[in-house]
Design a protein around this ligand. Structure first.
Ligand SMILES: NC(=O)c1ccc[n+]([C@@H]2O[C@H](COP(=O)([O-])OP(=O)(O)OC[C@H]3O[C@@H](n4cnc5c(N)ncnc54)[C@H](O)[C@@H]3O)[C@@H](O)[C@H]2O)c1
Length: 354
């Protein structure tokens, strides 16, 4: 263990990838007292230099080997395209570095598993940047679900649509659904787990891969979760509904004045559960119409909380809140969804161990 991991002085970190997302990691590592950013590495070194600006003491390089050879680098953050995550992250783990990988953890489940096993064998932290899990809204939703405020979960419905950047290497499910799936993984109580998925998609503009995607997840409790992602929507919508036996929660991420609303409203069947289906059809459905409560939330940048959690998990020698295994569970669903897409929406079972 490095001295800095024990004595509370800032941990040295390198960011790999200075494209669209890397600069956000750079900014947050630089603003956190837990970290000292030492390197920004990109195959295009001019891009890394531009992100750092003329007066930075952080080193820009295209030489990844030099980064890994630096004994003051305790951790590496990987913000390169998903297809490169395995090689870049594996090299870092083999050099004894703790690793943060952008979502999705890897391009396949098998690659993700190699990373998880390598980190576990070496006693290193492997964390996946499931950014939304570090937002105050998702933290509150998790609290409400885990605290039983909503009752048994009946359904989750998530919509993430926008005029998005049509990606070259991944379809819309692999690009956007990791957000919704990682949120689902984070908020559901341990006893509620996805068991199978059906996916539908379309590519009406001829981009070569699905630009619109719908995922339907069966949960082991009989509940259902649905995810709608779309790069072609002229309006931006980011809402998630979590319907419970007692209350229903609506999260609208584009409404900062009232991101979360909890409705004490729902439907009850006015009959004991043990009666037969025949009688059940004749039962009276009753509607509850109670209050709506909008919990107050702190406005705090999720990425800052994420990099602080990365440092804390290294110092406390524990898995991070969104560890490699969480990244793996998301990959399991994405891979099953791709198989389902090939078979026009067939239901595909997930691996066990969720
Ligand atoms: N957490 C989030 O909300 C979020 C948002 C956007 C993107 N991402 C993720 O971030 C990752 C990067 O996405 P992006 O949109 O920034 O991609 P990008 O293509 O804009 O940037 C990738 C950069 O990595 C560099 N690169 C590629 N291979 C490299 C290597 N072997 N060594 C060093 N540099 C290398 C490229 O030169 C490029 O500058 C992806 O995994 C993506 O899914 C996460």
């Amino acid at each position: 263990m490095r001295k800095t991991e024990q004595d509370g002085t800032p941990l040295g970190v390198a960011v790999i990838g200075a494209g669209y997302w890397g600069p956000n990691l750079v900014r947050n590592f630089q603003s956190s007292p837990a970290w000292r950013l030492r390197w920004l590495c990109d195959l295009d070194v001019a891009r890394a230099e531009k992100v750092l600006g003329g007066y930075s003491t952080v080193q820009a390089t295209a030489d990844y080997a030099a980064v890994l050879a630096d004994p003051d680098v305790a951790a590496v953050a990987v913000a390169t395209p998903a297809g490169t995550h395995l090689d870049v992250a594996l090299a870092a783990l083999r050099a004894g570095k703790h690793v943060l990988v952008e979502k999705p953890l890897a391009a396949t489940y098998a690659d993700g598993l190699r990373l998880v096993e390598e980190a576990e064998q070496r006693g290193l932290v492997l964390m996946c940047d499931h950014t939304y899990c570090y937002t105050p809204a998702v933290a509150r939703i998790r609290e409400l679900v885990h605290g039983g405020e909503l009752g048994e979960i009946h359904y989750v419905d998530s919509v993430r649509i926008n005029l998005g950047l049509v990606q070259k290497d991944v379809d819309v499910l692999w690009d956007l659904a990791p957000h919704d799936l990682s949120i689902l993984d984070f908020i559901l109580p341990e006893h509620v787990q996805p068991v199978a998925v059906a996916a539908h998609g379309a590519d009406p503009i001829g981009a070569g891969q699905a630009c619109i995607g719908y995922l339907t997840l069966q949960l082991n409790t009989g509940a259902i979760a649905h995810v709608h992602v779309n790069w072609l929507s002229p309006t931006k919508v980011r809402t998630t509904m979590v319907g419970g036996a007692k209350r229903t929660l609506v999260w609208d991420d584009l409404n900062p004045a009232q991101r979360i609303a909890v409705f004490d409203r729902g439907v009850d069947l006015a009959a004991p559960a043990e009666i037969g289906a025949e009688e059940r059809r004749d039962m009276l459905v009753s509607y509850r119409t109670g209050d709506m409560v909008a919990p107050a939330l702190q406005e705090k940048e999720a990425l800052r909380a994420m990099v602080d959690e990365f440092a804390a998990s290294i110092r406390e020698r524990r898995p991070s809140r969104t560890d490699g295994r969480a990244g793996l569970r998301v990959l399991d669903i994405l891979e099953a969804a791709s198989r389902s897409l090939e078979f026009r929406g067939a239901v595909v079972g997930l691996r066990t161990g969720h």
